[in-house]
Design a protein around this ligand. Structure first.
Ligand SMILES: Cc1cc2nc3c(=O)[nH]c(=O)nc-3n(C[C@H](O)[C@H](O)[C@H](O)COP(=O)(O)OP(=O)(O)OC[C@H]3O[C@@H](n4cnc5c(N)ncnc54)[C@H](O)[C@@H]3O)c2cc1C
Length: 418
């Protein structure tokens, strides 16, 4: 059915002209976005915020200083179920639908100030476990998903290479056929959870003759396989509670059961799954925006200068209003994206928009939070400057802001998309 006809049916239906037309419900579904939050979802969010406040935030400064994963927080998050929220129940998860998962991860970000721990968790779920959920065989799912959900196995996503960042088709890692399996060689860098991971979802070139989009395959590589080595721990500005590493694969033998999806389908697997990663990885960032806004409102109401609370100055109150507007946009794009995925719809455009709105919005909000707190915002002890360092990364990982704009432009029919 064409869009024009859909709109005609939708308009007539709304005016009561078309009733009991079987096609109307289908047509209307395209136009009625429905992400009303149910009482059960509301309760889940409240419960998650309570849990995150009580159990997860305590070691934020320590994680930030040491640049290490808060393993206690990780274990507690696993016990709470967060590591398996979108994973089907039969594989050890909670079986939450995509919108419910988005709401729960937003609540986690709102309640917990350890953005590094949250990033490690989100990366584990949306850049590793979700690949198994979407593309794993029953055997692969049974082998890995229950342990990923329990947090006994830490997941990572190893795609980027020193010479292949935004341009994933330039990957140089190879997996050569060897009997019924492969031999994997290559270097992966900037890998989140890399130095503490037990399982890598990785990508390598399996063909020299196929075109670039059929030359890559995806593999599941346990970190303890012979030939897998963490060659460097990478120090970074923010999200320091999520360790980052460089990984070397040297003659790693892979058997047939370690191939994810079909041979040569790596690019398609990546492009269909990155939509989930880009979208949901940023749900916790929406919660962070809300947490920062509330901190700033409280400070603006309490801090007095010139015998008045600073929030009474228009320059300050308008900054807070802008923060609120950014939060509203971030929530709307997140919930719409969650709803689209719940409906089983493609959402490439929406995931890029969501990533831009949340990552750039969060960075702006964090910078303004520093300004609004004056020198107190610049001190390490208040934790506001850390929010800026943490927020900086969002415009880079999962595809840079420039790449997201190119994707959006290409979906407008413009040439030159990456
Ligand atoms: C905190 C963090 C966590 C990460 N975690 C992981 C992980 O777990 N696994 C993983 O595989 N990778 C990870 N990465 C790597 C990340 O995916 C890459 O950094 C990202 O894809 C960009 O690649 P690059 O850094 O090599 O930059 P480059 O690709 O070299 O880009 C440099 C600059 O050029 C611009 N540019 C490049 N090409 C274009 C173009 N066509 N049009 C316009 N501008 C362009 C970019 O936007 C950027 O501004 C992580 C990165 C960070 C910062």
């Amino acid at each position: 059915m064409t869009d024009m006809l859909c709109m005609w049916v939708a308009r007539r239906h709304m005016r009561g002209i078309v009733r009991h037309v079987p096609i109307a419900a289908h047509a209307l579904r395209r136009y009625c976005v429905d992400f009303a939050i149910s009482p059960r979802q509301r309760e889940l969010c409240a419960e998650t915020v309570r849990f995150a406040r009580q159990e997860l935030g305590g070691r934020t400064d320590e994680s930030d200083r040491s640049g290490s994963l808060d393993t206690e927080g990780w274990r507690k998050a696993a016990e709470f179920g967060a590591l398996g929220w979108p994973v089907p129940r039969e594989h050890g998860g909670s079986g939450f639908d995509p919108l419910t998962s988005a709401l729960a991860f937003e609540a986690l970000g709102y309640g917990c100030s350890n953005n590094g721990l949250l990033f490690a968790i989100n990366n584990h779920v949306w850049a590793c476990a979700i690949y198994l959920v979407k593309h794993g065989t029953e055997r692969q799912k049974a082998r890995w998903l229950p342990e990923l959900c329990r947090g006994a196995v830490v997941g990572a996503h190893a795609l980027t290479e020193p010479q292949a960042g935004s341009d994933m088709l330039a990957l140089a890692a190879t997996a050569h056929r060897d009997g019924s399996g492969w031999v994997l060689n290559g270097t992966k860098t900037f890998i989140s959870n890399g130095s503490c991971a037990d399982l890598f979802v990785t990508f390598a070139r399996t063909s020299e003759s196929e075109g670039p989009e059929r030359a890559l395959s995806a593999f599941l590589v346990p970190a303890d396989a012979p030939g897998v080595r963490v060659t460097r721990e990478l120090e970074k500005a923010g999200l320091r509670g999520a360790p980052m590493g460089e990984i070397q694969f040297s003659d790693v033998r892979l058997d047939a059961d370690q191939l994810l999806g079909r041979e040569g389908a790596g690019y398609q697997i990546f492009t269909s799954t990155i939509e989930w990663e880009r979208g949901f990885l940023f749900a916790s960032g929406v919660g962070t925006m809300r947490r920062l806004l509330e901190t700033c409102v409280e400070h603006a109401a309490k801090r007095e200068q010139f015998d008045r609370p600073i929030g009474s100055f228009q320059a300050v109150s308008h900054t807070l209003a802008d923060m609120r507007i950014r939060l509203e946009l971030a929530q709307l794009t997140l919930y719409k994206f969650g709803w689209l995925k719940r409906e089983g719809r493609l959402a490439m455009l929406e995931s890029s928009i969501l990533k831009l709105v949340v990552s750039e919005g969060l960075l702006e909000t964090a910078l303004e939070a520093v300004q609004l707190h004056g020198a107190r915002g610049y001190l390490t002890e208040g934790g506001i400057e850390r929010e800026v360092r943490d927020a900086l990364a969002g415009t880079i990982y999962g595809g840079t802001s420039q790449i997201q704009r190119s994707i959006i432009a290409s979906l407008l029919g413009l040439p030159g998309a990456p």
